[in-house]
Design a protein around this ligand. Structure first.
Ligand code: IMP
Length: 412
């Protein structure tokens, strides 16, 4: 571990290399213990990670994994869109378990507020697309797209306005939302949510850029937890089947207001196979029976929406692209154990006429669950990891071998 930490350096980012749900939370949580500050930079309650506290499972959407470590400063950056009732609920859940995060939570005044009406508009837009085009994007319906639409149109409301009485603005919006989307805004309820949040979050909205800068000058270390993943990026993802924010390493730095040159490393997180929720191209998607088997074995159901995830094989051209975009210094390959039963593993290594060209590598057909030393992996599993390293030119530093925190190989 020490070797890995020194190779990562003081500012590292953990970025998804596929379509999300790669298991970024586990690596962040594990590494966060060794960092002073945990930052989240973009996205909102479309993300979801399951955390076990006192044996009970909880799904968190806004607070980054790793915030459970006492004494760590937690920053929610300017690139984020925050649904305040969800944030309060998460803070409350932690408090119930004896974890007080409020005095170490710092929210950018430039982060945008997601109102309930953004969620309604998200639903209305999906319905319209489905009617017109036969299928929607398959969004999480958390109001993410509409909140970023408001942001880009410069009509959004930011956290700096949380203490204001927004009745007038929201009443104007009510007429507009009704006219354009047929969506009703409950102004009183939106204002009540704001007042409640303002009371709880008093003093927590702060100049996070200045704070991060100050801490970094003091020699404090920062881990940035990316949200969603590179193939869902608004610029570089499989548009239009993408999210509405910048989910890359550059996007994470932008979202936090940290200079690009301060990043000392960037961990790319990819499953040993691949999944996708929602619509969009998926060249290595498995046929139904195999996909079902992997979905059950890997528990591939959305943490936020409960939707079954589409399952497929690893796709090297996509991974190479994400290496180019993010400059990954290391891989965290997750869920290796989910492939334990497979006699053969397919990997998309190239593309021809828009289809994946596969190479087949032998499976190991023995359990790797809970293995924590690379040497203890079966030979074929080692070869699979080496294959990924050779094909992508990036070393694998962490390998997930089960859902628990301890079930991880630190290879570096
Ligand atoms: P939105 O971010 O809710 O607008 O959804 C846009 C697309 O991104 C949909 O295909 C979602 O399923 C996908 N998406 C958004 N957040 C996540 C995530 O955290 N994991 C996986 N997919 C996500």
């Amino acid at each position: 571990m020490q070797e890995l930490l020194s190779s990562l350096g003081p500012v590292t980012a953990v970025i998804g290399a596929q379509w999300g749900d790669e298991g970024k939370g586990k690596a962040t949580d594990m590494l966060a213990e060794h960092y002073d500050i945990i930052g989240r930079a973009c996205g909102g309650a479309n993300a979801g990670h399951t955390i076990v506290i006192d044996g009970q499972k909880h799904v968190f959407h806004l607070l980054p994994s790793g915030c459970f470590h006492e004494g760590k400063q937690v920053v929610l950056g300017a690139g984020m869109v925050l649904h305040l009732p969800t944030l309060l609920e998460e803070i409350h859940t932690l408090k119930e378990h004896g974890i007080d995060i409020l005095d170490r939570l710092h929210i950018s005044p430039a982060a945008h507020i997601v109102f309930d009406y953004h969620r309604e508009i998200d639903g209305a837009l999906e319905q319209e697309r489905t009617q017109k085009e036969g299928q929607g994007i398959g969004t999480t319906k958390r109001g993410i797209g509409p909140a970023y639409m408001d942001k880009a149109a410069r009509t959004g409301m930011r956290m700096e306005r949380m203490n204001e009485d927004l009745t007038g603005v929201l009443t104007q919006r009510r007429d507009w939302a009704q006219r354009v989307y047929g969506v009703h805004i409950d102004v009183d309820q939106e204002c009540a949510h704001l007042r409640e949040a303002a009371a709880v979050l008093q003093g927590r909205v702060a100049d996070t850029v200045a704070l991060l800068h100050f801490w970094m000058q003091e020699g404090k270390t920062v881990i940035v937890e990316g949200a969603q993943a590179t193939l869902l990026d608004i610029d570089h993802g499989t548009y239009p089947y993408v999210t509405s924010s910048s989910t890359t390493a550059a996007g994470a730095l932008q979202g936090l207001g940290v200079p690009p040159r301060s990043l000392t490393s960037c961990i790319g997180v990819a499953k040993a196979y691949c999944t996708r929720v929602g619509s969009g191209p998926f060249r290595t998607e498995m046929e139904e029976e195999l996909g079902n088997r992997i979905r059950e074995k890997g528990g591939e159901y959305g943490a936020t929406t409960g939707r079954p995830r589409r399952c497929g094989w690893l796709h090297i051209p996509d991974l190479l692209r994400t290496v180019q975009i993010n400059g990954f210094s290391q891989w965290n390959v997750t869920k290796l154990d989910v492939l334990d039963d497979e006699a053969e593993i397919l990997v998309g290594v190239d593309e021809k006429d828009g289809n994946a060209v596969f190479e087949t590598v032998p499976g190991w057909q023995t359990s790797t669950v809970g293995i924590t030393h690379f040497e203890d992996l079966p030979e074929q599993a080692k070869s699979y990891i080496t294959f990924i390293e050779e094909k992508t030119g990036v070393p694998v530093a962490l390998i997930g071998t089960g859902p628990d925190r301890e079930q991880m190989i630190v290879k570096a």
